[in-house]
Design a protein around this ligand. Structure first.
Ligand code: SAM
Length: 322
């Protein structure tokens, strides 16, 4: 097992199945152009082999499938069937929900029991302004159908000053009423926001600001969360839970156990580092040749993790997923 000086190891793998997305969210894609799949994307089979090798070489236990938008990828079915047979403790998915209802039978058959749906507002016009694609009612319907199929739903919201701060309480109430757990994600200094501090600061909403807004209506208590959880979790007694992924306010680098694999075969040990390590060429090799080389790259990827706090990175989320 590869472990660093702080006792960190890779336990959670996030696979960006494709960089293509049917949205172009303002904070992720500043030029508004929807991204298509990269020409050099790996096949579903190669990506699944990558997961199998990483389970062995790094001790990966949990997998999250993300993107881009994973549900637009033609590789989804083959990839999910393959990873479903690898004995992972947990396989989950992050999606914008636009194709959730359509892909639900496939997701259920593949054993997905937890889905995070990204949703920044319940206001249809603000939705169009932020996501620049998709349709709000379709997302809400997808969540209802997924819930009815027994899938646990978390909703990811990125609060943005001047764009959707008025939606914090409506979204919280909406989620509490339906048994979805809302996760606020503090805006991260990724891509253009890493180099443009003004744009970042103008939009950034902190954990404290969120808590004081919520505290005007509800009493909340801090709740339990796993040691390597990224979210600070709260309980509103009698009503439910919410969480805040507070990369800026409560950095979680010291306990980070995440490893990311891009759709083009690059390993990223840290969202805040521009270092990446190519493994695409190893995935055609037999196990006994691939694993030693992979282990050397994993040592480097683990070394890319920040000591204490997230400082931002040029990498954009749409390439390597959230
Ligand atoms: N398309 C899928 C979705 O919408 O959930 C998966 C990929 S998306 C990049 C994953 C998550 O990253 C979304 O919840 C999105 O809101 C979040 N995200 C993207 N850029 C971000 C940023 N700069 N700061 C915080 N969250 C960001």
């Amino acid at each position: 097992m590869i472990v660093d000086r702080q006792g960190r190891r890779f336990r959670n793998l996030r696979v960006s199945l494709t960089s293509a997305c049917n949205y172009a969210c303002t904070y992720c894609v500043p030029n508004g152009k929807r991204l298509v799949a990269a020409q050099d994307e790996l096949s579903a089979e190669a990506m699944a082999r990558g997961v199998a090798y990483l389970i062995e070489a790094a001790g990966i236990e949990r997998l999250r499938i993300t993107g881009g938008e994973p549900l637009v990828s033609p590789k989804l079915e083959t990839f999910m069937i393959a990873v479903g047979q690898m004995g992972l403790q947990d396989i989950s998915l992050t999606t914008n929900g636009q194709l959730l209802a359509k892909k639900l039978p496939l997701l259920v058959d593949a054993g997905i029991r937890r889905i995070n749906v990204s949703l920044d507002t319940l206001d249809a016009s603000a939705f169009r302004g932020i996501a620049r694609g998709g349709d709000l009612a379709t997302v809400l319907d997808g969540m209802v159908q997924a819930r009815a199929a027994g899938i646990k739903i978390k909703v990811n919201m990125v609060p943005l000053r001047g764009q959707n701060l008025d939606q914090v309480m409506p979204l919280l109430d909406y989620c509490l009423e339906r048994g979805y757990e809302l996760r606020f994600i503090e805006l991260m200094r990724m891509g253009h926001l890493a180099s443009d501090s003004n744009a970042f600061l103008q939009q950034f909403v902190s954990l404290q600001q969120l808590l004081s807004l919520i505290g005007e209506r509800y009493e909340y208590l801090q709740a339990d969360a796993p040691v390597d959880a990224t979210a600070v979790r709260y309980e509103i007694p009698g009503l439910g839970h919410f969480g805040v992924i507070a990369n800026e306010s409560v950095p979680f680098c010291r306990t980070c156990s995440r490893l990311r694999l891009s759709s083009t075969g690059w390993l990223h040990g840290c969202l805040s580092s521009s270092n990446r390590h190519y493994i695409g060429d190893l995935l055609d090799k037999p196990r006994h040749q691939a694993l030693p080389a992979l282990q050397r790259l994993l040592v480097k990827a683990l070394g890319d993790k920040q000591e204490v706090a997230f400082s931002g990175g040029a990498t954009i989320m749409k390439i390597i997923g959230g």
